[in-house]
Design a protein around this ligand. Structure first.
Ligand code: FAQ
Length: 340
């Protein structure tokens, strides 16, 4: 009987057929890649089921999962102060903010999962120290003023970076970011308002506490935007693909320009003797950022890296019974449905 089975083909024919298939596939891939690039150039959004280059997919999983981890780890420095908030009003606000951050992490994990990586894989990468999260959350929260400064500076920097992500070319990420940015804006304002209250109605000791917190958080906040463009390996390709819309340095500059004016209203001094308006550039100049400190913190050796990771691993292990109960409930439900 005539057959095209591989068994009946000579090794030479098998090689030829494989080469022909490979050529066909690479021609198809090339066409898919060209149409993907054309969609990116036209400003189209890419959906989860659309064809995408493997590197685009990996870049998104990397960025979105790091972002999700940052939100979840970012709950820890503030969670530390929920039980010590000075009034019921401040406690309710802080509780809501920390809950929002948990929610942001969940939207973002869900967005990363649409790219074919499971939640378990993402969390395993965090817990084993293979995944990054924002450097900023490896600094300690020493006083109540740190809560206000995190809202003002850290959420302020986060919004500056995240508003352009609402136009990210990957639609599920862009959609998650729209919702997140609305909440971040409330976070920034509540922080600023808490600081303004302390600065305008507080005691000299409270004003000193605010200044001390600003001194400690200013430089790490500038580092949140990532390394300078010239040393950022991912920026060029991410901007080409419309994942990032504005470079690290440009976002950092926008943040500085906006924040200096807010500091004046607040009555605090930003801890940078070189900070001054540059008439020619129409921007503020800043002094040198300590990039060695940044890389040390990103590399795992910041003031709280070990503590943060240990807290996340403990939370995961302590929550095992919840996951088991949820699975048992789902299995029982499925059995009951089958029986009905
Ligand atoms: N910390 O080539 P680039 C928040 C890494 S959410 C640690 O420039 P890229 C809300 C980077 O991953 C804050 N690592 O990288 C909140 C890369 O390493 P890799 C998080 C950093 O991706 C507020 C390497 O350095 N926001 O705060 C950092 O093009 C208050 C080279 O860098 C987001 O994640 C850093 N700061 O640009 C919660 C936003 N910067 O992966 C609680 C989305 C860089 O090659 C309380 N992410 N690295 O091994 C982004 O926009 C980008 O990923 C950047 C980095 C801009 C962070």
């Amino acid at each position: 009987m005539y057959t095209q089975s591989m068994d009946n083909m000579s090794p030479e024919e098998i090689r030829e057929q494989a080469a022909a298939k490979k050529m066909l596939r690479s021609a198809e891939d090339l066409q898919a890649e060209q149409s993907f690039e054309a969609r990116i150039d036209a400003g189209d959004f890419i959906e989860a089921k659309d064809w995408m280059p493997e590197h685009y997919r990996k870049t998104l999983v990397r960025q979105i999962s790091q972002h999700a981890h940052s939100e979840i780890v970012g709950m820890l420095p503030e969670g530390n102060w929920i039980s010590r908030a000075p009034t019921l009003k401040r406690k309710a606000i802080l509780l809501a903010k920390v809950q929002d951050e948990g929610g942001h992490g969940l939207y973002l994990y869900a967005a990363a999962e649409t790219l074919g990586t499971s939640r378990d894989q993402l969390l395993d990468a965090l817990h084993t120290g293979r995944a990054k999260y924002s450097s900023i959350f490896n600094y300690p929260t020493l006083t109540w003023a740190d809560m206000g400064v995190i809202g003002w500076l850290v959420d302020g920097a986060a919004i500056m970076n995240q508003v352009p992500l609402c136009r990210c070319s990957y639609a599920p990420y862009a959609r998650a970011m729209i919702r997140i940015c609305r909440e971040e804006s409330f976070h920034q304002r509540q922080g600023y308002e808490a600081l303004l209250t302390m600065m305008t109605q507080g005691t000299p000791a409270q004003r000193d506490m605010v200044q001390d917190a600003v001194n400690r958080w200013w430089w790490p906040s500038l580092m949140m935007f990532g390394p300078p463009d010239a040393e950022s390996p991912n920026t060029a390709q991410s901007m080409r693909w419309g994942i990032k819309r504005i470079s690290n340095d440009d976002l950092r500059q926008k943040f500085v320009d906006a924040t200096v004016e807010q500091a004046k209203v607040l009555g605090v001094t930003l801890p940078d003797p070189a900070l001054r308006w540059n008439e020619e550039r129409q921007h503020y100049d800043v002094g040198p950022i300590d990039w060695a400190e940044f890389w040390r913190v990103v590399g795992g050796d910041g003031p709280c890296n070990r503590e943060r990771l240990a807290a996340r691993v403990d939370a995961w292990e302590d929550g095992a019974w919840v996951r088991e109960a949820a699975l048992a409930y789902a299995a029982k439900h499925a059995q009951q449905e089958q029986a009905a």
